[in-house]
Ligand binder design. Structure first.
Ligand SMILES: Cc1ncc(C[n+]2csc(CCOP(=O)(O)OP(=O)(O)O)c2C)c(N)n1
Ligand code: SF4
Length: 267
């Protein structure tokens, strides 16, 4: 099948702000999906799951089977879908608020279980759809609607959390590096087991981090990280409150582990 025959557009009106990082994530996703379909994955076996948020609108803009869950609940909803029909390729889209605030318990357990999901976190470091409140990854001092004088909480490093749970694929991309991001999504979707891809996604309207990231991000060399110590050091190179360090992008960790649904079916 040629790319021309793969119709992924929908008629939904796009309501993202012009310049939003979500456009690049959508473009990267379309590239990955078109290639998957071209290489033989039946279109109807790809399922997208989202929640509520600017990020979650992505499922309206791509013509695939999808499920829209409650805010913070896409990871657990996706697990249910995957357990009911393990042959489906299930991809989750979630904002940092939904993922690291409301839904963090689901993220932890899905990573620990190694459910075969690909989770894309659109991390714009604020609750954007509700016009900007601080989230668990907003920097300390973040001024939003709920913290007009600046947030007093420090943010945390989600990749450290994922590594402590031995999430079987851990990566970080950046929406302004679209080819690199597309490659990460492709590899994450191919990975059998839980793949976690954090995407640095500037929110042009409420928290424009574009210059901040442009000055700091760099792509890691492939296969650079061997030992746990090297991986931890690289994950902690940028610890979210640190404005002085560089920000590595790429795959930090990948390994094979028994997949939850398969183990369950053996019982
Ligand atoms: C349990 C629950 N809490 C709060 C809300 C209100 N709410 C809807 S969207 C949203 C913000 C979404 O932020 P995020 O998940 O970071 O995604 P973004 O819009 O930034 O992509 C909030 C707080 C809700 N719908 N449900
Ligand atoms: S509010 Fe921010 S995240 Fe939402 S569409 Fe606008 S720029 Fe994008």
């Amino acid at each position: 099948m040629s790319d021309k025959n793969i119709k992924l557009e929908t008629s939904a009106q796009n309501t993202w702000c012009p310049g939003c990082g979500n456009f690049a994530i959508l473009a990267a996703l379309k590239g990955v999906v078109a290639e998957m379909i071209k290489k033989g994955t039946p279109k109807e076996e790809i399922v997208l799951v989202s929640g509520i948020g600017c990020s979650s609108k992505i499922i309206d803009y791509i013509n695939l089977n999808s499920f829209s869950s409650l805010h913070g609940r896409p990871v657990i909803s996706a697990q249910g879908i995957k357990m009911a029909n393990p042959k489906l390729k299930v991809i989750v889209f979630i904002g940092d608020g939904g993922c690291y605030n409301e839904g963090i318990a689901h993220l932890i357990h899905a990573a620990k279980r190694n459910t075969d999901l690909t989770v894309l976190v659109h991390n714009n470091r604020n609750f954007a759809l509700t016009t900007s409140q601080f989230t668990a990854t907003s920097p300390k001092g973040f001024k939003g609607k709920s913290t007009p004088q600046g947030s007093i909480e420090e943010s945390f490093n989600p990749l450290s959390l994922m590594f402590s749970l031995r999430a079987s694929f851990i990566a970080r991309g950046y929406s302004m590096k679209i080819n690199h991001l597309q490659d990460l999504i492709k590899k994450g979707a191919k990975h059998k087991g839980f793949s976690f891809i954090e995407i640095l996604q500037p929110c042009i309207t409420f928290f424009d981090t574009t210059d901040f990231y442009n000055q700091r991000v760099y792509e890691m060399k492939k296969g650079d990280l061997k030992s746990d110590q090297e991986i931890i050091k690289k994950i902690k190179e940028w610890d979210y409150e640190d404005n002085n360090s560089k920000i590595p992008l790429g795959i930090f960790y990948q390994r094979k582990r028994p997949v939850y649904e398969e183990e369950l079916l053996k019982k």
